[in-house]
Write a protein that binds this ligand. Structure first.
Ligand SMILES: *Cc1c(COP(=O)(O)O)cnc(C)c1O
Length: 371
């Protein structure tokens, strides 16, 4: 039986990619903001509906350098229900993460709990549009204005999404998108920062290129996070098909929703109002008391059938070994509760509806063996 992984990378036809990279053999320009880099940057600006884009070699470095470019000091309010990258980007900048709890329904930051976490050391809020569920951007903006805080979104999951018709990357001071192989849009590895303030552009440019100002002046201690031409070429190809890919994901998600309709104990993400979704992930939250079996039992049963769901996001980042118990997980009880019960099911453009049906059948049948 074929293995079904939680995701499968989108790729253009081989011929299409070969065509796109051909001229690299004429120019011998492999990296350092080449023609393809610049072309992708401008195409993404348009597609994402944002003012400015700085491409990077991956999403994590976009976030890390994005924070660095803001010259922040002190505490950053964020959530632990996310990928390691979000928290690590804060800590690796010498900043202190302050963990806010999440909403039980859409898993984004609970905006009613942000203000009580603000101290005189708070400098920024770093919320996550987790699974492509959009945060309460309006309330976050109100709080940020009131307390004069920067807002930088981890938008790794929300490529191409719109809220009230506005590109999701244009909310806050800056937003990071990831173009990792497993994301809705990929450049193999890759990512970008979107932002409003123009001074930020030069800053990011320098940070991703060793702090080099010009041939003789190096006035910043920068990193190296440049996207190369082969990555950019992959992006140019994939961008042509991304709308089609999102449409296919949509039918997979709709099939899952139909199959799980009315099933007690399996909670689905809400369909958010005013949001143009990208159908990035399909998380279910298993209430074992109602459904009869646990998340872990479902996970194990799927695995027996060569189907690999993922326990995203378990464990919470505030429980990671590397933090040596520094953070109290009981301060984010909703996130803790969800992380123990959530399971992200396979979802990619070419997942057939027949396979979706099979995955759902297996899940619904587990109860018979375990019940
Ligand atoms: C993928 C991801 C990142 C990191 O992006 P990379 O491109 O893999 O470096 C950051 N945050 C979240 C929530 C992600 O899912």
């Amino acid at each position: 039986m074929n293995k079904i992984l939680v995701t499968r990378s989108s790729m253009p036809e081989l011929d299409e990619y070969v065509e796109e990279i051909k001229d690299i053999w004429d120019t011998h320009w492999l990296t350092n903001m080449g023609i393809k880099h610049r072309k992708l940057e401008s195409k993404l600006k348009e597609y994402l509906g944002v003012e400015n884009v700085s491409l990077m070699t991956n999403g994590h470095l976009s976030l890390e350098l994005g924070l660095q470019a803001m010259h922040l000091k002190g505490e950053v309010i964020t959530t632990p229900f996310t990928f390691a990258s979000t928290t690590h980007a804060i800590v690796r900048n010498g900043l202190i993460p302050v963990f806010c709890d999440i909403n039980p329904d859409d898993f984004t930051i609970d905006v009613t709990k942000i203000e009580s976490l603000i101290t005189d050391k708070t400098c920024a809020i770093l919320p996550v549009h987790v699974y492509g569920n959009i945060c309460n951007v309006e309330e976050i903006e109100r709080i940020a204005k009131k307390y004069d805080l920067k807002v930088i979104y981890d938008a790794a999951h929300s490529f191409g999404e719109k809220y009230k018709g506005i590109g999701i990357g244009s909310f806050g001071d800056a937003s990071m998108f990831s173009f990792h192989a497993t994301k809705v849009f990929n450049t193999i590895e890759g990512g970008c920062m979107c932002f409003h303030e123009l001074s930020y552009e030069k800053e990011l440019y320098k940070l991703k290129n060793f702090g080099i100002k010009n041939e003789t002046v190096v006035d910043g201690v920068g990193s190296n996070a440049k996207m190369n031409e082969f990555q950019a070429a992959m992006g140019l190809c994939n961008l042509k098909h991304v709308n089609e890919e999102i449409q296919k994901r949509k039918s997979v998600v709709e099939r899952y929703r139909t199959n799980f309709k009315g099933i007690e104990g399996i909670k689905l993400s809400p369909i958010q109002e005013n949001v143009e979704s990208n159908y990035a992930y399909f998380p279910i939250v298993v209430d074992e008391k109602v459904f009869g079996v646990t998340r872990n039992e479902i996970y194990a049963e799927l695995k027996k059938h060569n189907i690999f769901a993922r326990k995203y996001f378990y464990p919470l980042t505030n429980t990671f070994d590397c933090f040596n118990g520094e953070y109290d997980v009981n301060e984010t009880p909703v996130a803790l509760h969800i992380s123990k019960r959530v399971l992200t099911l396979p979802l990619f453009a070419d997942l057939s509806l027949r396979e979706v049906d099979r995955i759902c059948e297996i899940i619904l049948k587990v109860r018979e063996y375990n019940g």
